[in-house]
Design a binder for this molecule. Structure first.
Ligand code: P71
Length: 460
């Protein structure tokens, strides 16, 4: 008897996009030209693109049909009202401000909420989120549980908040200096790890006492809901749709990069239950994004997003989505490759410190590994380690994050199980020759979000 019943995708393929195969020599040249940074590779030189699940999803026939219903009126597009209703129906929030993508919402929200010298506690940082908090004058404080920084801990909810850490911060700086708690559902930088409903409820009770609102980074909330259903007994039979609604109801404001969970290629929003914040955001969005009924999105994109939200909370969709990630992760474990456990939802994360134990963190093991994987097979992955962490605003030193990872991220509804097999086998091949791999050094380091455009050369 097979151990586990197989699942299959709840869709079939109607159109295909051709992929280009390359030779190893071509790839060696391409990565050199890209300064050993996978962000700088040209897509035409990539075979299986697992850089990100952001905006790389395949829309459904219904979403494409929605594109044809685009109402491109400058003001008051009917797609905006459809999107607004969908967000209230599925995510509970009363007010919607569309933005061009997630960081547009983070920018507006941070500027409204933060005063110079404030502290923003959160369940681990995200690059763009923390940068916008810092640009608005805040200091980010990590309050995630310690297990999140331990690649070997099997804690089922490594996205949980440690309330003792939050209490310590309140005791030190006072609740008045904390404009909100930044709470992400599935924590990207921790390896796509979920927060439990129990922990979120505790956080809600705790913050209520101090009158501190919760701002929800809901970029992958439906994936978090799926993992709650898998790992939290009381929720094992609750539909994803209901879990998503309950999570959102426990928070006050939300920022969303719609390029992930809701299966579109562009878009985002700020949502809130606070009328005052809504009013200020309506005013700011016209400066930076566009009128408050489109905020940087075309009408057609808002329509595709409204449809995608409904598809994203389907149990069948999520079973296949997270099932594919688990399949890839299990294959890598079977090859003995060190990855973050438990396997998360949007990708599998290689532990570069364990993969390349002979490299110091200041020669960028994860950056090096991502380049080597590309050379091996044309699979594109992303560094999530010291290069992503950047430098401290105060000291100018690198942040040295405990986690030095390579993220293998799965776009939604794009690749097949065979692509996963090829990916796992090529990473296993790099693992076999790991001892001969050397590190990198910077040849160019940009000031902001340096990982996007940094260039490197090999250390001989
Ligand atoms: C991802 C991205 C896209 C990205 C961003 C920065 C560096 C590399 C890649 C974007 C997120 C995210 C979370 C939890 C906010 C954003 C920003 N993730 N919160 O994982 O994961 O959204 O990209 O739409 O501006 O590849 P945005």
């Amino acid at each position: 008897m097979p151990k586990q019943k197989s699942w299959a995708e709840p869709w079939k393929i109607k159109m295909v996009e051709h992929l280009r195969m390359t030779t190893k020599d071509e790839r060696i040249e391409a990565i050199k030209e890209a300064g050993y940074n996978t962000f700088l590779l040209k897509s035409k030189d990539v075979y299986i693109d697992l850089l990100t699940d952001s905006g790389t999803n395949a829309m459904s026939d219904r979403q494409w049909a929605g594109i044809m219903l685009g109402d491109e009126a400058y003001a008051g597009s009917r797609n905006f009202y459809h999107l607004e209703k969908t967000i209230t129906d599925y995510y509970s929030y009363k007010y919607l401000i569309p933005t061009h993508q997630g960081r547009g919402a983070e920018h507006i929200f941070s500027q409204i909420m933060i005063k110079e010298g404030d502290y923003v506690p959160g369940n681990m940082y995200f690059t763009t989120t923390r940068l916008h908090q810092e640009l608005a004058g805040a200091i980010f404080v990590d309050i995630i549980i310690d297990e999140a920084h331990d690649t070997e801990s099997h804690h089922p909810f490594k996205g949980n908040v440690d309330l003792k850490k939050l209490q310590k911060l309140i005791d030190k700086v006072g609740a008045k200096r904390i404009p909100y708690v930044s709470m992400a559902t599935t924590v990207n930088m921790a390896g796509g790890q979920p927060i439990s409903m129990a922990n979120l409820k505790e956080l809600r009770e705790f913050t209520k006492k101090y009158n501190i609102p919760i701002a929800h980074d809901m970029t992958r909330v439906a994936e978090n809901a799926w993992l709650i259903r898998q790992r939290e007994k009381e929720y094992e039979n609750v539909p994803i749709k209901d879990i998503v609604y309950e999570i959102c109801s426990l928070t006050d404001h939300a920022t969303m990069s719609a390029k992930k969970d809701p299966i579109v290629n562009i878009g985002g929003f700020l949502a809130t239950n606070d009328e005052d914040v809504y009013q200020q955001a309506q005013n700011m969005v016209v400066i930076y994004e566009g009128l408050h009924t489109y905020g940087g999105m075309a009408g057609r994109d808002m329509e595709a997003l409204a449809i995608g939200i409904v598809e994203s909370v389907s149990d069948d969709h999520m079973r296949a989505r997270v099932g594919q990630t688990q399949y890839l992760g299990q294959n890598l474990l079977d090859f003995g490759v060190p990855i973050i456990v438990p396997i998360g939802s949007h990708g599998v994360f290689l532990d570069a410190k364990k993969f390349l134990p002979h490299l110091e963190q200041n020669v960028f093991p994860a950056q090096t590994l991502a380049a080597e994987i590309y050379i091996e097979s044309g699979v594109r992955t992303m560094e999530r380690g010291i290069v992503s962490a950047g430098r401290s605003k105060e000291t100018g030193e690198h942040y040295y994050p405990k986690l030095e990872l390579v993220r293998i991220t799965l776009p939604r509804r794009v690749y097949t199980q065979s692509h996963m097999d090829v990916t796992a086998e090529s990473i296993a091949a790099v693992y076999e020759r790991r001892n001969s791999i050397k590190g990198l050094r910077f040849t160019y380091e940009p000031e902001y979000l340096r990982f996007f455009q940094a260039r490197f050369e090999p250390i001989e």
